[in-house]
Each structure stands twice: as structure tokens, then as C-alpha cells.
Design a binder for this molecule. Structure first.
Ligand code: SF4
Length: 379
């Protein structure tokens, strides 16, 4: 299997949000390091092309940071170069923030071949946006979503729940408004308070009432009710889509398709033959042990993980249970005790020839995923 999905990390933002621990740096739009970044990625893509690594790649994803902060010219160049290197793409997504998704950027994205934008809206309440440290307003978010749809792009909106200032009513209002905007895809996440962020420093180990576990669960359930009621089907723990609008790139992550990550904070997961090519791209990658069947590495900390065939199998089961469609039951034929235990605990249920996660299975996701991952230790 060749590389099926390409991720390119763009590590720049206009300002750091108060909850963010992603690898990104706040900078100015005219910072010359963005040109240096572009040169490096183009050189990497050239090397990938010479190595024949991306010919069968089906999906590409520009993530961040804030890819749209690169501006129309740089972004257009990067997207065109990716398109040339990956001639068989069926989906090309780009993350965007409302403040930098200008008309010029939308035009550049469409012109160069992006098919889908994932917009970091988070909330449609100005007070909540300010509390998160976001630099856009709710109105900017509304108009930029509309502009992207009008340009013919598939639009996904990211929303965040269990955030400061949010109430049940304001959360419902945000979701209703997003539905009214007619987007094809919505992702919903509870805010995680991460160490080292301004929120992490302020709250330490304490859980503020707005981020309480019950609040998170209620808001996620409310989102499910409203979004599915409006025809956006939940196909993954945090993802809802209208028919045909699921994100193929993210599905690749959850179904064991090998992916390559380029850029300073990217992760890769490759099979043996792709890994051998990647070693010619990154000279810091060590040789793979003979028995390894799956390789994971991160360009951020240069950590490499080798998985045996058994570990890769357990990982695929665990990731498959993030999806509503679950996994084929026969894949657990070799471990009937675990299968029966998960069924008895109500964490999964049968759906034809598949085992799918139940509502409780997702609510108690850590238990379900841990039980499947633990299978790698059983012989
Ligand atoms: S825009 Fe996104 S990546 Fe940038 S600081 Fe905010 S949350 Fe982090």
C-alpha cells in the first residue's frame, strides 16, 4: 500500500488562543520566515516526487496553526505544488480561520485546487470568542462561512463546547445558526485545558465549572440531538456530515491508511515500503526492525514508534471504534472473550456483520479503546 493521505503542517498564527497547545507560533503576516517555510515544503515535495511517494495519494490536508494566515500568494503556491505532486487527489482540505479567510484567499484556494475548508468558528457568541482569545468576531465567522460556500467549497465548521461564558442556551443558539448556514460538515469538541497554555496556568489541576465533565457530556449530547435532527449524521465521535460530505482524509486516519506528514509539527504513519522511502526524505529516521509492520513518527520531536503486526491490528480496531460504522465482527474472531465482554458491558453492539460502538461505548470511550488496545498484549 502506498501513502494514501498527505498532511502538511503550517505552524503560523496571528495570535495564540488561550487554550491552544498546538505547535504554532504567533507572528506577523510579513514575517520572512513564512517564505523560508514555503521554500522548505516545496523542496520536500520535490523530493517526495522524485521518490515516487505520493503518486497514489488520495487526500491532502493543510492544517495548523492557521494555513490561511500564509496569505493568498503563498497558499496558492503551496496548494498548486501539492496538486502537482499528488495527481490523484479526490479531496483537498485546508484549515482556515475567519479572520484570514479573505476573498483573495478563497479565490487562491479554489484556483489552486482546494475542495474543502475546515473553518475554526468555535462559537458564534462574541463574549465566548473573546474569552477563548480568538481574534475573529461571530459576524466575521458567519460571513466567511457564507463566502466559502458561495465560492463552491465544501465547508466544515469546528465548534467548541464547555468553554468560559457558554450557557446551554448560547450553545444551542450557536448550533442552530451553524445549521442555518447550510454547512455540510461540523466537528464538535469539548475544550481541553492543556498544561502550559494560559488556561492551564490559570486553572492548574482544578476544573472550572464551565469545563466540568457533566457539562461536556450534556453539550456533546445536545449537539448530537440538534445536528442529527437537522440531517447531519454523526459518523465519528466528534464529526457530523450531510450525505457524501464526510471528511475522507480523517476517515483515512481511522481506517489504517498510511499517511505522510510534512512540516515542523506533523505526524506520519507508514507501512514498511513507504517508511523506507521516508528514510531518504528524513535522514534522522532509524532503520526499521525486521518484525515492524507499521511505523509512526513525528517531525516535531523526532520520536519514532515501531508497531508489530499485532499492535497495528489492535490499533486499527481501536481507531475503527471511533466511527459509527465500527469494525467487521470477524476481525475479533480470534478474541471471542474480549468481544463477548464488550457486548455484555454494552460498549458495543451488533449491526449486521459489524460491531459498532454504542452511546455508552463513546461516553466511556477510554474503557472501550483501552480494552481493544490491550489486545496487542494477548497472544
Ligand atoms: S488559531 Fe488554532 S492553532 Fe492558532 S493559536 Fe488558535 S487554536 Fe492554536
Amino acid at each position: 500500500m502506498g501513502v494514501g493521505a498527505l498532511y502538511v503542517h503550517v505552524p503560523f498564527c496571528a495570535r495564540k488562543c488561550r487554550y491552544c497547545d498546538f505547535a504554532s507560533k504567533a507572528t506577523r503576516t510579513d514575517d520572512p520566515c513564512m517564505d523560508g517555510y514555503l521554500k522548505e515544503r516545496i523542496a520536500e515535495l520535490d523530493r517526495c516526487q522524485r521518490l515516487g511517494m505520493l503518486g497514489s495519494c488520495k487526500t491532502a490536508y493543510l492544517g495548523g496553526g492557521t494555513p490561511t494566515f500564509l496569505g493568498a500568494t503563498r497558499l496558492g503556491t503551496l496548494v498548486s505544488r501539492i496538486r502537482m505532486t499528488c495527481p490523484n487527489l479526490t479531496e483537498f482540505s485546508c484549515e482556515a480561520n475567519p479572520d484570514s479567510l479573505t476573498d483573495e484567499v478563497i479565490e487562491a484556494l479554489c484556483g489552486a485546487g482546494v475542495t474543502r475548508v475546515s473553518i475554526g468558528v468555535q462559537s458564534l457568541d462574541d463574549e465566548e470568542l473573546r474569552a477563548l482569545g480568538r481574534i475573529h468576531t461571530a459576524n466575521q465567522a458567519r460571513t466567511r462561512v457564507q463566502a466559502a460556500i458561495a465560492a463552491g467549497l465544501d465547508v466544515s465548521v469546528d465548534l467548541m463546547c464547555a468553554i468560559p461564558k457558554q450557557t446551554d442556551e448560547s450553545w444551542r443558539q450557536t448550533i442552530h445558526e451553524v445549521i442555518a448556514l447550510s454547512v455540510g460538515h461540523v466537528s464538535v469538541y469539548p475544550l481541553a485545558i492543556e498544561e502550559g497554555t494560559p488556561f492551564g496556568k490559570r486553572y492548574g489541576d482544578e476544573t472550572p465549572p464551565w469545563n466540568d465533565e457533566d457539562v461536556q457530556a450534556q453539550r456533546m449530547e445536545c449537539a448530537e440531538r440538534l445536528l442529527t435532527g437537522a440531517g447531519l449524521h454523526r459518523y465519528e465521535v466528534a464529526s457530523y456530515a450531510r450525505e457524501g460530505k464526510q471528511c475522507a482524509h480523517n476517515i483515512a486516519y481511522w481506517t489504517g491508511i498510511p499517511y505522510l506528514g510534512l512540516g515542523p509539527g506533523a505526524a506520519s504513519m507508514l507501512d514498511a515500503s513507504c517508511y523506507d522511502s521516508a528514510r531518504r526524505l528524513y535522514d534522522w529516521l532509524p532503520p526499521r526492525p525486521h518484525e515492524a509492520s507499521r511505523m509512526r513518527f513525528s517531525t516535531l520531536d523526532r520520536e519514532v514508534e515501531f508497531l508489530s503486526a499485532r499492535e497495528a491490528w489492535a490499533e486499527d480496531l481501536m481507531l475503527g471504534m471511533r466511527l459509527t460504522r465500527g469494525v467487521e465482527e470477524e476481525r475479533l474472531d480470534a478474541v471471542p472473550d474480549t468481544r463477548d465482554d464488550l457486548l455484555a458491558r454494552g460498549l458495543v453492539e451488533r449491526d449486521g456483520d459489524r460491531l459498532i460502538p454504542t452511546h455508552d461505548g463513546w461516553l466511556l470511550g477510554n474503557e472501550l479503546f483501552a480494552a481493544l488496545w490491550d489486545l496487542h498484549q494477548q497472544s
